[in-house]
Design a protein around this ligand. Structure first.
Ligand code: GUN
Length: 292
């Protein structure tokens, strides 16, 4: 049997509509438009596409948006100074530094991200927001895992008491996904590159989240019959011919897993769209908190 395909646009559309209404309500009540500033350092092609999509979503929903393009060779001090002025800027309610940073700045990533005022941290990466999330307190939550969770809920997929397996332990997806599923009373296992007999673990999962960044890493034999499979990966395969663009694929072998899973997200057109929608919600939430 072929699985139910969880289309990102269906769910993202509903979350964006919610963000649009809440943004309009803030304009009406306070005369203020929620505002997002995105800092992009250098010219990573994928990052440029993601940043453009974030800017377009803001325009669509009545959210003010500033894209701050900084040179590849910007210093840590220059970036910290921009963040400091955005922290103080009343037009800006959310700040995001697009990752990855250029290689020379990678060792400063934590210092840069931690310099964002936690109330404007719409990525949910600041230790204050991470701590609140782990404790189950109100926080700005990381967009991708939060989008996955809300999609599961909206799709009517039961989480409570179910076995969830997260493959990948990044700070952006794997670790927060673990905490968000745990807060919904799932029994959660997190796997990584050192996990022994990974297929035996993933085959136990009622909900399987793949966030490893490796094309088609999860094969059909790693999926339990009827499981819900959430594919967070976006990988570009080498092009079939020189000059062409390689195909985008996820971390799951989609065509094969489709025959085993009960529900599955496609790539492209799955979780990626939810990330932008949840960012819009976070900007509105941040503005609501700052204006209240
Ligand atoms: N690069 C890839 N995903 C993300 C994300 O969620 N936030 C930021 N800031 N950069 C990213």
């Amino acid at each position: 049997m072929s699985a139910r395909i969880l289309e990102g646009k269906v769910f993202a559309g509903q979350f964006k509509e919610d963000a649009r209404k809440r943004a309009a309500a803030l304009k009406e009540k306070y005369g203020v438009q929620p505002g997002l500033a995105v800092i992009i350092v250098g010219h990573d092609p994928a990052s440029e596409v993601y940043v453009r999509n974030k800017h377009k979503a803001c325009e669509e929903l009545g959210i003010y948006s500033e894209v701050i393009e900084m040179a590849e060779d910007s210093s840590k001090e220059e970036i910290l100074a921009r963040i400091d002025s955005l922290n103080k800027d009343a037009k800006i309610h959310g700040i995001l530094v697009q990752l990855p940073l250029p290689k020379a700045l990678r060792s400063s990533e934590e210092e840069i991200l931690d310099s964002i005022d936690p109330v404007k941290d719409v990525d949910g990466f600041h230790p204050v927001n991470v701590g609140r999330m782990v404790k189950g307190e109100e926080a700005l939550l990381p967009c991708t895992p939060h989008g996955c969770l809300k999609m599961l809920e909206l799709a009517g997929i039961e989480i409570e008491g179910k076995k969830a397996v997260v493959v990948g332990r990044s700070n952006i997806v794997g670790k927060p996904m673990l905490h968000l599923l745990l807060a919904r009373n799932a029994t959660v296992t997190i796997c990584h590159s050192r996990t022994e007999n990974l297929p035996a673990v993933t085959r136990e999962a009622d909900i399987l989240v793949a966030a490893v960044g490796c094309p088609k890493f999860i094969t059909a034999d790693m999926v339990k019959e009827g499981a819900t499979v959430i594919d967070v990966g976006i990988n570009r395969l080498p092009p079939a011919e020189p000059g062409a663009k390689g195909k985008l694929v996820g971390d799951v072998d989609f065509e094969a897993a489709l025959e085993v899973a009960g529900a599955i997200t496609p790539v492209p057109g799955g979780v990626g769209l939810l990330t932008v929608a949840m960012l819009m919600e976070n900007v509105v939430q941040a503005a609501e908190m700052q204006l209240a």
